[in-house]
Design a protein around this ligand. Sequence first.
Ligand code: B12
Length: 209
Amino acid sequence: MSLEMLGKLVADGEADEARALAARLIAEGQGPLAMIESLTGTMAQVGDLFARLEIFLPEIMLAGEALTAVVQELGPALEKAGGRKSRGRVVLGVVKGDLHEIGKNIVKLILETSGFEVKDLGYNVDSLAFVKEAEAYGADFIGASSLMTTTMPRQKEIIEILKDKGLRDKFRVVIGGAPTSRMWAEQIGADLWCPDAKSAPDLLAGLLK
Ligand code: B12
């Protein structure tokens, strides 16, 4: 019984069994962050199989649902590991045209369990809505996730709207998602690129110092 087995259950879309094994691994002392990291790799492998037409959308969806079930199971363990004081307010969403929400949901969970207040805007979020919601929420950060090369330009659009409205200095813009990179963040003038959810709390907190 191991992370490898958990990965296989998630890849096969066995949500109930994956959830049960995750609970067992946590009880045996396995760290929740290592589990999330390992399963993020599993989903990348699932994506490669999809790209090679070895599996199809329904299988990806089942794998995604299994990963979501595991992440829900990890909530309490992450909470124990995290802090309690408020470290900042984040509005977080997946950009317009993009329905990939699994990564964003993990980021939300990890930020919340490490002391950030998060307003979840969901997926397929209009660029202007990120800005309006950030103002209304009194956010310190705007977090925008994109999982497709075709939707990455929306991250840039959010920053352009901020500039047009004279609000660029009011919020730190943080971007993430598998196809994004530090170079892309620099190119569009984002404040921060996060490679994964695990590194997000410390990197965000570093920006407020
Ligand atoms: C699961 C999945 C789906 C599921 C999504 C289910 C859901 N509810 O989210 C479904 C089946 C619906 C789906 C649909 C599609 N998909 Co899809 N999908 C994937 C897959 C396999 C995994 C994505 C995932 O969940 N990864 C796991 C999470 C945990 O990782 P993550 O999202 O990268 O997030 C981590 C970090 O990046 C970071 N992070 C992410 N965002 C942010 C934001 C901030 C602020 C921070 C701090 C950090 C951060 O933290 C997270 C945790 O560590 C990827 C393959 C891949 N390599 O990514 C393809 C993939 C993204 N999909 C792809 C495609 C093409 C599609 C479809 C167009 C398929 C089709 N032909 O219809 C549709 C598009 C729908 C749409 N409009 O969005 C392509 C995109 C190619 C491209 N153009 O770039 C990929 C890469 C697959 C491939 N190799 O072809 N998909």
